[in-house]
Write a protein that binds this ligand. Sequence first.
Ligand SMILES: [Zn+2]
Length: 405
Amino acid sequence: MRFLRFPSSHSERLRKVTRLMPLILLALPLAAVSPVAAQSAPVPVMDLHSDILNRTLNVGADMGDEAPWMQVTPDKMRQGNVRDQVLSVWVDSRGVRGPAATRRALQMIDAFGLQAERNADHIALARTVAESDAIHASGRIAMWLWLEGGAPIDDDLSLLRTFHRLGVCGMTLTWSNNLLWAGSSSDREDDDMGLTDFGREVVREMNRLRMIVDVSHVSQRTFYEVLELSTAPVVASHSGCRALHDHDRNLTDDQLRALAAKGGVVGIAAFPTILKAVPRDVVHDVEASIQPQLDALAARYDGNTGDMNYRHERRLLMQEAMPAEHRVTLDDFLDHVDHAIRIAGPKHVAMGSDFDGVSTLPMGLESAADWPNVVAGLRARGHDEQTIRDVMFENVRRVFREVLD
Ligand SMILES: [Zn+2]
């Protein structure tokens, strides 16, 4: 609009704008429906998995600190248009069991409560989609609590009910090892255990309480037994596709179809280990090639290699030095999303980042602020706006509403 650029006076500017007004008014409805306008509309995000509670509890930090190493913070979620974020209440069940696992889970729920108080302008706990909508209407982001692994219920349905009353809306049945009542896909002794009678009771009680059953991390046998038994849709909150990378945590095409037939969703995890095979010796070679820089970095942190900022900076150095063919990128993540859409259908795929729970991340998808890169990537791959909105947001919301509200 060059002719508007040099008005000689305020009145002349006003006159020109007034003359153009009918044109501007005519153009407005067109702009509202033009593809360009639609493409610039921010797409909301509902992410099924972050471990920020574990990390912040370990170092006594707060999401609102906005430290560089934190991948899910109020600022980053706002940059990424996150409307809903599921927070994992994770216990290392390989080492922590029995009452100690229950205690750790309760400490994490308390840590969330304190963070929600300190960041009350930004986040609040949701237990239903109606509550999430109210939180969104108040300008805040909805947080959902989710047990990752059933160890904290310590083989006791009264504890399952108590966690539910504390605001836990879903539970991944196992983490990386078998419980007494359900099998994990990563168990070192037996990776094909299913549900025991008590395991079946857990699933039935979750259905009765209207909690969401999550089959990420579980064995194939457990997966199919849960799908047969559950009266509600089931989710796999943070997994990948076995057809693209043969990792025990990834779902086969048959599993993807079965999950969709049950009305559920799979959240694709942004976890390089399950997205693509990177040979160990490549990682070692890269480490060796930048050893002086890694040493200098460790020296800067006085050898405190547990420092989260140190680990963040080390991840970036390693990522930078990785040969291009071995880098795990946003495109690798999108390959899994594409495959899941093809096999399970566009109504059954979602986001399950695993932010703050992994030691490396795909380049281009390294925090909640990067979700718009996923939206742009899906557009570049030719997905329509409805599909993009569905996989970023609507599909999870549909399942949550169906089960929780
Ligand atoms: Zn996990």
